[in-house]
Design a protein around this ligand. Sequence first.
Ligand code: ATP
Ligand code: MG
Length: 273
Amino acid sequence: METSCSKTRNPFTGAEANAVGVKVEGVSKTYAGTEVLSNISFDVLPGEIFVLMGPSGSGKSVLLRQIAGLELPTLGTIRVDGQDPSLEETRDRVRLALVFQAGALFNSLSVYDNLALYPREHRSGTEASIKERVMHALRILSVEDAVSKFPSELSGGMKKRVSIARALVMEPQLLLYDEPTSELDPVMSATISEIIATLKNEYSVTSIVVTHDRSLALTIANRVGILMEGKLITLGTAKELAATKDPALVDFLYPKIDIQNPRFKKLENQKTP
Ligand SMILES: Nc1ncnc2c1ncn2[C@@H]1O[C@H](COP(=O)(O)OP(=O)(O)OP(=O)(O)O)[C@@H](O)[C@H]1O
Ligand SMILES: [Mg+2]
């Protein structure tokens, strides 16, 4: 039976109306015979901030691409507001934006044209109103000086901010962030956390945030899911996660540097006098 994500009041945020939910059911993904996602199921409630964490290579970006409808799962179903996100009609109806891990700006377009692309293509507003939206988004991310530059002229952190600004210009109902704070300094990381929280609180935007940033996760998440080797090994509130005693989770969340580790000893021995 098709379960639609109804627009009920979100028990965590109280959000309603505009917000959309996401349902991931029994999703597996296999590339050339290798399974990288294994039977993943979870719901993201309308207006919720859902954080996905996990070691490098655990399948976070792959899962985000399936939710964005850019790839199809090998098995299982994904629904955004009750509809298949890979269908054009869903993408026309639900404003969904993905902030890619590596930015994914168009190199041949200026920052301004990168941001104006979506509203121009969707004929949403006059050029003057598009300009206002573009400049507003760039200002929020303190990157308005880059407006006339091309992506190749930007630092990694600036590219990241410009790609978040591009997502904001789309006025999304569902925002998918892949590592939004990597390559950013602590002040800018805090700004990004504020933006994600503000979009939730003021505009009922549903967010799925993939991150390695534990403090970002534990600060803004309503719930956190942890992926390891393609499996969703735990799902709970940020508070539950912070209090976990599960040794595998503790090791992942609070890694210790063991200077007695033979790897460090080896480095020590290589030191030149
Ligand atoms: N298009 C693809 N074709 C084949 N294998 C892929 C493809 N995309 C991802 N993979 C593999 O799927 C696994 C999960 O990759 P993914 O990019 O989702 O990891 P991740 O959890 O996002 O890691 P990181 O934290 O380093 O970004 C990896 O083993 C990767 O090599
Ligand atoms: Mg990734």
